[in-house]
Write a protein that binds this ligand. Structure first.
Ligand SMILES: Nc1ncnc2c1ncn2[C@@H]1O[C@H](COP(=O)(O)OP(=O)(O)OP(=O)(O)O)[C@@H](O)[C@H]1O
Ligand SMILES: [Mg+2]
Length: 233
């Protein structure tokens, strides 16, 4: 199992107010799965994705990633895992506006210490894969939203992560561009990439392989069982 949460709770404290954002969530995600996380606003989806991505720690409970108990690792090791093993995609793309498309895709490799020529070579290949090679020297603002999100996905793939985590990746896109992004995710899934995606959009969620539904900080539905291939007799 690539990611395994065991009775994970997350409490946010602001002054005297406590918010129980996740309430003893246990869930496992295998390599190669394409999972959609769905649920109402404020139910804890982003909180869950942040923990999966080692952006924040559980208040209690354990999180195992790739055989490591990351909930107990020091910050520098979490940073390393985030950079090398996890690719992030956000609703608002989060590209650096003063860097070219190519430089944006190179950035995670720069942080990882990849030699410059290899960075360039891989970034161009990734841009080719997402159909944007001809935009390599443009600035992000010169691209459409759907194109910017494809650049963000190329960037997320730069260090060949174990998993892509996406928080509402189609939330700022028209339905046509959203569908293009879903098509790209499905292609990645078919090539073996593990993907976890939050979405409000029922039609988008239906195209994932598995849906995990959250309400009030708890998992209330998970159709994993029905997705498993029947055991041959
Ligand atoms: N940094 C924070 N400090 C305090 N409370 C927070 C923080 N982040 C989230 N919360 C609270 O935790 C709960 C879960 O929030 P979360 O962002 O995970 O929800 P969500 O399911 O992603 O919602 P949405 O669909 O609106 O993005 C909410 O009640 C929210 O107000
Ligand atoms: Mg959210």
């Amino acid at each position: 199992m690539l990611m395994n949460l065991i009775k994970v709770s997350k409490i946010y404290r602001i002054g005297h107010v406590e918010v129980l954002a996740l309430n003893e969530v246990s869930v496992g995600i295998d390599r190669g799965e394409f999972v959609a996380i769905v649920g109402p606003s404020g139910s804890g989806k982003t909180t869950l994705l942040d923990i999966l991505g080692c952006l924040s720690r559980p208040t209690s409970g354990d999180y195992w990633f790739d055989g490591k108990l990351v909930s107990r690792l020091p910050d520098d090791e979490l940073t390393y895992i985030r950079n090398r093993k996890i690719g992030f995609v956000f609703q608002t793309f989060q590209l650096l506006p003063r860097k070219t498309v190519l430089e944006n895709v190179q950035l995670p490799m720069l942080y990882a210490g990849v030699p410059w020529k290899a960075q360039r070579h891989r970034a161009l290949q990734l841009l080719r894969d997402v159909g944007l090679e001809d935009r390599a020297h443009h600035l992000p603002t010169q691209l459409s939203g759907g194109q910017q999100q494809r650049v963000a996905i190329a960037r997320a793939l730069a260090n060949t992560p174990d998993v892509i985590l996406a928080d509402e990746p189609t939330g700022n896109l028209d339905s046509r561009s959203g569908q293009d992004i879903l098509g790209l995710f499905q292609r990645l899934h078919e090539s073996g990439q593990t993907l976890v995606m939050i979405t409000h959009d029922q039609q988008i969620a239906e195209q994932a392989q598995r849906r995990v539904m959250i309400a009030d900080g708890r998992i209330v539905a998970d159709d994993r069982a029905s997705q498993q291939a029947p055991v041959p007799v």
